[in-house]
Design a protein around this ligand. Structure first.
Ligand code: NAD
Length: 499
């Protein structure tokens, strides 16, 4: 049995006596490897290594740190195919989509190549008589990232590229369900010239997460995962005086107005709902058509599109999406389909019971379509995270706007319309962090920032972009006056003001 181990101080770091967790092959259902789950004592090794390496890295001028990021980018590009296949083998997404996962992380590495410019402070000459004020951005020391299973390349890169370019050491605790790609990325980072200890990877579960949250040397924690755990991480990390950003779950709505280009909307929604088996935090699992005619037209066209969809093994170029990540998760998604039926929704297409010939033990689920859900249904309120699309019918623009706004999650939302006035109003008024206008998956590009609202995001700074720079640095503000050799300025017992 292949063993997946930690990566500490530039090398593989097996740990005697560690607990083990199975890593599955979702395509076949077989156990393909075991990952070592570390303890607090093991975390200390990673912290010691990071503490030893970080001061010199922080003192390396930003242009030289950027050169390492440039090289890292090249190496990821050169190894893209190998990384994508490895990613698919543990996650289950199709290889083309795995490349997208890596590419969206790579784009943050590209952004991080501009770190010399991004780290520049502010300067005011002559803020008072002979007084200048300036600011400098300094790294925090050690930051940590705790990442979910569904983007095993993109999210570790969102965090680590920004943290490291800013001059920090970074400890990554990836999902124990697909841990190999993060380790491979750390190896490539070393090959790119990153000093040992600047990017360490420790595997684990709740025990390791708690150890990270309680460790006094770790100054910032970035988390992405489900909302209850995000809330917990945010509270416990903050309690321990850390800076924390914690992104949670989602239930993104796609609003279709009667004037939308329906063919285009269906083409967009089918990919956003079923791509990656619906296991994306920016998937579109709820469609809100406005008016019965819009709903009926959407449903009819979507049914045609679903006819041509089929899950398959990740390396099958004709498969639109692959298996779910684990059998446990598949069972959970199936239980939500049953829940929707029990709650009185209409199961239009039921993906349960699908079996892929030759891969009968894999975790496949065919596309599922559920109509006539209502806001009172638990199957609507909860995140399902599978290839399941729900239709919630609305009778007016205002009603449609209210659904994503009132939902507990506020990650992403999309509106499909040709009406600029409605689109503008929707973007301004909807209570959701990321909005697409005729764009189904509005993940902002790397030089903007990513983050949802409400239970989709705890903390005030988003991932990557300038928020990433802010999250991984602290600003020092300097007010300086150099004596000019003239008269002594009188004592004053009044706070200095600009009067
Ligand atoms: P998860 O919450 O189960 O796991 C995330 C991380 O938390 C993993 O590293 C895991 O080891 C750790 N963890 C698990 N149980 C824990 C516990 N009890 N205490 C402390 N840590 C624990 O999430 P997942 O299933 O890996 O990923 C899917 C979820 O992530 C979905 O809810 C999805 O919407 C969300 N997600 C959100 C975003 C976003 O940016 N908002 C992006 C991707 C995924």
């Amino acid at each position: 049995m292949r063993s997946i181990t930690h990566f500490i101080h530039g090398q593989s770091a097996p740990l005697a006596g560690a607990r083990l967790s199975d890593v599955l092959n979702p395509a076949t259902g077989a156990v393909q490897a075991q990952v070592e789950l570390a303890t607090a004592a093991h975390l200390q090794k990673a912290v010691d290594s990071a503490l030893a390496a970080q001061p010199e890295w922080a003192a390396t001028n930003p242009q030289r740190r950027a050169r390492v990021m440039f090289r890292f980018k090249e190496l990821i590009e050169q190894n893209m195919d190998e990384l994508a296949v490895l990613l698919s083998s543990e996650h289950g997404k199709v290889v083309a989509d795995a490349r997208g996962d890596i590419q969206r992380g790579l784009e943050v590495v590209e952004f991080a190549c501009g770190i010399p410019h991004l780290l520049k402070g502010e300067y005011t000459q002559g803020a008072g008589p002979g007084i200048d004020v300036y600011s400098m951005r300094q790294p925090l020391g050690i930051a940590a990232g705790i990442t979910p299973f569904n983007f095993p390349a993109m999210i570790p890169l969102w965090m680590s590229a920004m943290a490291i370019a800013c001059g920090n050491a970074f400890i990554l605790k990836p999902s124990e369900r697909d841990p190999s790609v993060p380790v491979r990325l750390a190896e490539l980072a070393m090959e790119a010239g990153m000093p040992a200890g600047i990017l360490n990877v420790v595997h684990g579960d709740k025990e390791m997460v708690d150890a990270i949250l309680d460790h006094p040397a770790i100054k910032a924690v970035s988390f992405v995962g489900s909302s209850d755990i995000a809330n917990y991480v945010y509270a416990r990390g903050a309690q321990n005086g850390k800076r924390v950003q914690a992104m949670g779950g989602a239930k993104n709505h796609g609003i279709i107005l009667p004037d939308a280009d329906m063919d285009q909307a269906v083409a967009d929604i089918v990919g956003a709902a079923y791509g990656s088996a619906g296991e994306r935090c920016m998937a579109l699992p709820v469609v809100v058509p406005v008016g019965e005619a819009t709903a009926d037209a959407f449903r009819a066209k979507l049914l045609d599109a679903i006819e041509t969809l089929r899950p398959g093994i990740p390396t099958d170029p004709d498969a639109q999406y692959g298996p779910l990540v684990t059998g446990v998760h598949k069972a959970r998604v199936e239980s939500y389909i049953q829940m929707a039926a029990d709650e009185g929704a209409e199961i239009v297409v039921d993906g349960r019971g699908f079996s892929l010939q030759g891969y009968e033990e894999g975790f496949y689920l065919a596309p599922t379509l559920i109509d006539r859900v209502t806001p009172q249904m638990k199957s609507y309120q909860d995140e399902i995270f599978g290839p399941v699309l729900q239709i919630l019918r609305a009778q007016s623009f205002e009603e449609a706007l209210s659904y994503p706004s009132k939902h507990q999650y506020g990650n992403g939302v999309a509106i499909f319309t040709r009406n600029g006035d409605y689109a503008r109003k929707f973007a301004a008024d909807v209570e959701v962090g990321m909005v697409g206008i005729n764009v189904p998956i509005p993940v902002p590009v790397a030089y903007h920032s990513f983050g949802g609202w409400k239970r989709s995001g705890f903390g005030d700074l988003d991932q990557y972009g300038m928020d990433g720079v802010r999250f991984y640095t602290r600003t020092k503000k300097i007010t300086q006056r150099w004596p000019d050799g003239g008269a002594v300025i009188d004592q004053s017992f009044v706070i200095p003001t600009m009067r």
